[in-house]
Ligand binder design. Structure first.
Ligand code: ADE
Length: 230
């Protein structure tokens, strides 16, 4: 039987999951609260890990070690790196890169962690199910690369640099750490993001007005995905 770990960075990104599920147990580990219960027809564990890649990796590893999850889903918001993409559109990860990892001094390409693949590939079945679930919201849905880094991107130059390095569709701050943790533990994953801003000089202005809508849209998809995975 499936047990789906659902990770969001911010309270806004997990509050709708929590509101829609029946919580049977709450546990605190590493100062993070893990909510076990049933979402739709699926057994789930929901955690708000906090912002950034270190928090995300800690949360994901605890899901593997202490809760025995069979799948990992990361939902949340993201900045767009693609001109055709609008606020409210959704991205399902084909694969995930760390856009800020730099061991070039040792001959590695930018974004490459020694001993790790360049790219962390999401699970094909989860991609297909996430796409179907996302399309039910009526949003435009794209499948493609997601680039993660410990930076809120709100600058055109930085945005252009990340696009050149990764050719990703969107950027956020946790996905690659969750993907890397899933990879190390042999657990299938997918990252599902809704665009809240354009990751350029308008990002700081866009973000507060659209983050709630984007987070809500992700929650809607998460429940459909959890049901489909069960
Ligand atoms: N999450 C939402 N928007 C983002 C941005 N512009 N940069 C990084 N993470 C984000």
């Amino acid at each position: 039987m499936s047990k789906i770990g659902i990770i969001g960075a911010m309270e806004l990104e997990v509050e709708s999951h929590k509101a829609q599920m029946t919580v049977t147990n709450t546990t605190t580990r590493a100062n993070m609260e893990f909510y076990e219960g049933v979402l739709g027809s699926a057994n789930v564990v929901v955690v708000r890990c906090g912002i950034g890649k270190v928090n995300a990796a800690i949360g994901a590893q605890i899901l593997c070690d202490c809760f025995g999850v069979t799948h990992i889903v990361n939902t949340g918001i993201a900045g767009s790196l693609c001109a055709e993409q609008n606020i409210g559109d959704m991205v399902v990860s084909s694969d995930v890169w760390h856009h800020d990892f730099d061991c070039m001094a040792f001959g590695y390409p930018m974004c490459r962690i020694p001993g790790m693949p360049q790219s962390f590939a999401a699970d094909e079945n989860m991609i297909a199910l996430a796409r179907q679930a996302a399309e039910q919201t009526g949003s435009a849905v794209r499948i493609g690369r997601i680039a993660s880094g410990d930076q809120f991107v709100a600058d055109q130059k930085l945005k252009d640099q990340i696009i050149e390095r990764t050719q990703a569709l969107c950027t956020e701050m946790e996905g690659a750490a969750i993907a890397q943790t899933a990879y190390r533990n042999g657990i299938p994953f997918v990252i599902l993001r809704c665009i809240s801003d354009k990751a350029d000089n308008s990002a700081e202005m866009d973000y507060p007005s659209f983050e709630a809508m984007a987070a809500q849209r992700c929650a809607q998809v998460a429940i459909a995905l959890a049901n489909a995975l069960n």
